[in-house]
Design a protein around this ligand. Sequence first.
Ligand SMILES: Nc1ncnc2c1ncn2[C@@H]1O[C@H](COP(=O)(O)OP(=O)(O)OP(=O)(O)O)[C@@H](O)[C@H]1O
Ligand SMILES: [Mg+2]
Length: 288
Amino acid sequence: MKRMKKKFRIKQSGTVKLSRVSRSRSPPSTRASAHSKKNNKTKSKEIVKYIQTGIPGFDELFDKGIPQGRSLLVTGGPGSGKTIFCLQILTLAALRGEKCLYLTFEEPEERLIEYLENFGFKAKELIRKGQLKIIRKDAFALAGYIEAMLANAKGELLIELKEILDIIPTEFHPDKIVIDSISAIATALPPKEEGYRVFIEQLFKYLETLQATSFLISETEDSLGTVENFVADGIIALYNLKKRNVRTSALEVVKMRGAKIEKKLVPFEIKDGKGIIVYPEAEVFEEV
Ligand SMILES: Nc1ncnc2c1ncn2[C@@H]1O[C@H](COP(=O)(O)OP(=O)(O)OP(=O)(O)O)[C@@H](O)[C@H]1O
Ligand SMILES: [Mg+2]
């Protein structure tokens, strides 16, 4: 990383100062775009608000931000940083006063809380204040419910996900949700395409009704033809790249419906006490 072309400066606060111009600098929580204000007058048009993740450097990959209320996939191979990336997005949002829910079908809650504390995020305090909920679910129990529902649906394949998932505590209305991971649910289902496809379609429909911005973690970075890649509003792909004896973490925004994005693979680092820092102006593997 040290020989990279550095057109950015990391400030003490952990935020990245960029040399680029034309980026809006208004605070994340209040940043409904000028575009959405303009559209207020046009009744027929959807009013799009854009959110900032707060991950240093990452938001620079978007012209205005991520459209609020959409469902996005976060894909990547093992150890590419999917869990940490999503945990950081939620914690930063919770710190700004949003309600955030992390559903894990993989690692136990305590371990995720420990990661966050090690990165300097006061997860325990946010949980105590009710801003952040981390809940572990059993993928095999869920898969059993899905199978039973599919068997009963007799061709209609209408899954009442709200009832069977029971994923959102009734008194909690999250602004942001992470599901870690839909691959764990897929693995628990019997190897029949149909069940998984229907589940994914219904899950995305269900999330849409919640009006929260959702991040669904998936291990399927190479299989772009999968159902989730088509139904997702956006795809953020994380990589653990290898060139000779060097590995670099990199990410790209593969698609984001309704948002202008920088289509570029950019490096990132995971740092103790800080979490993920993205370098939008740097080249992956340059001069390695
Ligand atoms: N404190 C830390 N400092 C630096 N790097 C760290 C730290 N903690 C974790 N990492 C790095 O983050 C990587 C794992 O990140 P994460 O658990 O988010 O990956 P993942 O994509 O969710 O993996 P999996 O597919 O196994 O769930 C590890 O491989 C490790 O290199
Ligand atoms: Mg993970």
